[in-house]
Unconditional design. Structure first.
Length: 117
């Protein structure tokens, strides 16, 4: 059975690239471009992994992380954001994120982080 991954990224093109890449690598991927849609997906699915962009149009990735962890403490989470947001990284780790990656993201590096969790 493929591991189920949630990607929350408001850059539609980048989101679809990651979705396609992870699907080719045997993951079942659902994606959302905002927090509201992400929460709806979390209510209907149990995810093993979540890749969360920090800056979203309606909330931030840490808020989604907190909601995900209340529903599924075992879910592994990776927070992504633009280079230089180190205060965000420490907040994310404090709230339960398993990894933090700065943009731009190399999909192969992301896959290595996922496999390492």
């Amino acid at each position: 059975m493929n591991k189920k991954v949630l990607i929350v990224e408001d850059d539609v093109v980048f989101c679809k690239i990651l979705t396609k890449f992870l699907t080719k690598n045997s993951y079942e991927v659902l994606d959302a471009q905002n927090g509201k849609d992400a929460i709806e997906l979390m209510e209907m699915n149990k995810f093993e992994f979540a890749i969360l962009d920090y800056r979203l149009p309606d909330m931030n990735g840490i808020e989604i992380l907190e909601k995900l962890k209340t529903q599924n403490k075992e879910a592994k989470t990776i927070l992504i954001t633009r280079y230089g947001d180190q205060d965000v990284a420490s907040k994310a780790i404090d709230k339960g994120a398993d990894a933090f990656i700065s943009k731009p993201i190399n999909p192969d590096e992301l896959l290595a982080v996922i496999k390492g969790l």
